[in-house]
Design a binder for this molecule. Structure first.
Ligand code: BGC
Length: 694
């Protein structure tokens, strides 16, 4: 293979030139061999250098709840896990999280953070439910966008993963997700679309699984038609680690738009194998350029090629940009924002020292740490310290409460139960087998309740759980995996120094059979070849609503120590054309003596939904902070175009008809409603999704 260039132009390093000009110089400067060498990694976390041009290895690091030890050899801030982040329903917190994550990423010398992880929670058993955000495409998208922006504003690439339809760990490497185009467009892709279109995500990770028979890493329908042509993605697509092994050839990956195989020297995309395929005419240099130019562009955008990233790294090392008190405080704030009070009868919480002076602290999760290297898989982060619930309770007590050993002697019991990141519980690689807490813990709940009914069950776990004991327990606090400052946040909420404001980002079913993916073995777990998404768009609450099944706790549910009143729903009309904007406003009042936050949720009900459509969908939300007694106007502006739906025959279209505008405290707690009419129909083009595999 001959060098196409012998000169070494230096212009691509000139940061004063426009990126696209520098990119063109760079592409012209690289030989075919050098380009091919960029298609697979050098080792576990880096690309190969191009020494002749002074291009150093470009570094990536996990992951979605902090910079991971296994990819940085540094102990870094451990933030709450994905589902805990999502339970905050707080966009500005996600942006600040993104910024902090980027700082920590730079401080370990990496240019890409392998986060956020945004696959839809299709089954509560997915081992990675703790790592992902939500079952709802709108919540997923709205939280992803600020997080990606936060990361990239700091000059670090966010790598949004796993593209696409990677919703279970069982057979994850070989299974094909058999999914309709309607479910793809309405449920599984919107957050990726938003990440690219609204936040200009610089990187996407192609998933392990296949989608409709074609491995994600060589799926040109996904990577080319949808991602690049449809959404206008201009960054790089990296394979999930070792995912390329299950593809048919390196040439197929290159042609479909995969930029980089990770890790190591690659399997199908190693230079030798690709060179042979190139010489054979299996792909062209133009196709190669298309595949790698996104990687080169992101090298430029992150300052990797002009020394800016090195300077940033040196500076952030000097200034100690990881594990700062600010990042730790943010981790605590995020933990607090995500704590979700599921039940609180008799106002048992917050604990009141006048009524509940003597407290018994019990349970296997009281003193457990959850932030350890690779604990839970690639999302595991090892922070310099972790405040366990026990430590948090000691530190925040301030002599208000007295600890007693026996539950029978206590005025109230705090019982810490849940799961861990052990394989088969909340962990990458393996799904959970069932929804239950371990048998021993269920026994412990029963025994404790028998001697003291004032028992608060405090849950540390990463997703829906069955709670056959729930009717006997006065209070349940879901803490998720709350990160290195979790113990402090938990103590503050239990003692009333903080007011819980988390809301469920996923539905909690009463029984596994109530869940949409669990209607037959074909729909979960499928076999080694295929898993059929038979529930189609009826994922999460869309299914519970359509089938009229009562969930254990509904999507969007979460209590506060304050009481919020919803009033004065006002709309800008009753009858609209398809291209109008609906303006919704209401008054939210904190009718309590405690400052607190409420997530006001906007659902639009489809009054003529029939069997084909979900009865309602989330179309907006607003987390509102109110002082005691304070009222605020809450406003939503909804372009009616956002009510469009997808069908294989009609593509995207907006149906004329009646719609219910609902303002709600959860998907099952509708506080205000008015009916409007849309009088005209509208139709949109298919969004670049025309390939066989869709
Ligand atoms: C995971 C990715 C992760 C990668 C690198 C894979 O097992 O699926 O999410 O980024 O490993 O650790």
């Amino acid at each position: 293979m001959a060098n196409t260039t012998t000169e070494t132009p230096v212009d691509f390093r000139d940061a004063s030139q426009p990126i696209e000009v520098r990119l063109a110089f760079l592409l012209a400067a690289l030989t075919v061999e050098e380009k091919l060498s960029l298609c697979a990694g050098k080792n576990f976390w880096q690309t190969k250098p191009v020494t002749r041009l002074g291009i150093k290895p470009f570094k990536m690091t996990d992951g979605p709840r902090g910079v991971a030890f296994h990819s940085s050899w540094k102990r870094c801030t451990a933030f709450p896990s994905g589902i805990a982040q999502a339970a905050s329903w707080d966009e500005s917190l996600m942006e600040r999280f993104g910024e902090a994550l980027a700082d920590e990423c730079k401080s370990v010398g990496a240019q890409t953070i392998l986060a956020p992880a945004i696959n839809i929670t299709r089954t509560p058993l997915n081992g990675r439910t703790f790592e992902y955000l939500s079952e709802d495409p709108l919540l997923n998208a709205r939280l992803t966008v600020p997080m990606v922006k936060g990361v990239q504003q700091q000059g670090v690439a966010a790598c949004v993963k796993h593209f696409a339809v990677n919703n279970q760990e069982t057979n994850r490497i070989r299974v094909s997700s058999e999914v309709s185009e309607r479910a793809l467009q309405e449920i599984y892709l919107p957050a990726f679309k938003a990440a690219v279109e609204e936040a200009d995500a610089w990187s996407i990770m192609a998933a392990y699984n296949a989608v409709n028979g074609v491995a994600a890493c060589e799926n040109s329908s996904l990577l080319q038609d949808i991602l690049r042509d449809g959404y206008g993605f201009r960054g790089f697509v990296v394979s999930d680690w070792f995912a390329v092994r299950r593809t048919s050839s390196g040439a197929a990956c290159v042609k479909s738009g995969l930029s980089l195989e990770m890790p190591g020297k690659g399997s199908k995309c190693k230079t030798k194998a690709l060179s042979a395929e190139f010489s054979n005419g299996d792909f062209t240099e133009a196709e190669l350029d298309d595949a790698i130019c996104g990687l080169l562009r992101v090298m430029l955008l992150t300052g990797h090629l002009d020394g800016a990233a090195d300077a940033d790294h040196a500076q952030s090392e000097n200034q100690g940009c990881r594990n700062t008190p600010e990042h730790q405080a943010l981790s605590r704030e995020m933990a607090e924002g995500g704590l979700t009070l599921l039940k609180n009868t008799q106002k048992l919480l917050p604990l009141n020292p006048e009524k509940h002076k003597k407290i018994a602290l019990l349970g296997p999760k009281l003193k457990k740490k959850n932030c350890l290297p690779l604990w839970g898989g690639s999302a595991g982060v090892w922070p310099p310290y972790e405040v366990t619930p026990w430590q948090g309770l000691q530190a925040q007590n301030n002599n208000r409460f007295e600890w007693v050993k026996k539950p029978a002697d206590a005025d109230a019991v705090l019982l810490f139960v849940g799961l861990s990141h052990r394989f088969g519980q909340d962990s990458e690689g393996v799904d959970r087998k069932h929804l239950d807490l371990p048998e021993k813990q269920q026994q412990l709940i029963k025994q404790t309740l028998a001697v003291n009914p004032n028992t608060v069950v405090v849950l540390i776990n990463g997703g829906p759980l069955a709670m056959p004991w729930v009717d006997d327990v006065p209070a349940v606090l879901e803490c998720w995996y709350p990160g290195m400052e979790g113990g402090t946040a938990i103590a503050q909420v239990l003692f009333g120094d903080a007011n819980p404001s988390g809301k469920l980002p996923v539905s909690f079913p009463k029984r596994l059979q109530d869940s949409p993916a669990h209607q037959s073995p074909r729909s979960y777990p499928g076999d080694r070849e295929k898993v059929h998404y038979d529930e189609d768009i009826f994922v999460g609450y869309r299914h519970f609503d359509q089938q009229d099944i009562e969930p254990l706790f509904a999507f969007g549910h979460g209590l506060s120590y304050s009481q919020f009143e919803y009033s004065n729903l006002t709309l800008n009309g009753k009858s609209f054309a398809a291209d109008d904007c609906l303006q919704v406003s209401m008054t939210l009042t904190n009718a309590s003596e405690r400052a607190g936050a409420e997530v006001v949720q906007l659902y639009i009900g489809d009054c003529d939904h029939g069997k084909e459509r979900p009865p309602q969908s989330l179309k907006g939300f607003n987390k509102v902070y109110l002082d005691a007694g304070e009222s605020k106007q809450v406003e939503f502006i909804l372009p009616l175009e956002q009510l469009r739906i997808f069908s294989e025959e009609k593509l995207w279209h907006l149906k004329a008809g009646h719609y219910a505008v609902r303002l709600a405290s959860s998907s099952r707690d509708i506080r205000l409603e008015q009916i409007v009419e849309i009088t005209t129909e509208a139709q949109w083009e298919r969004e670049a999704c025309n390939a066989e595999s869709c």
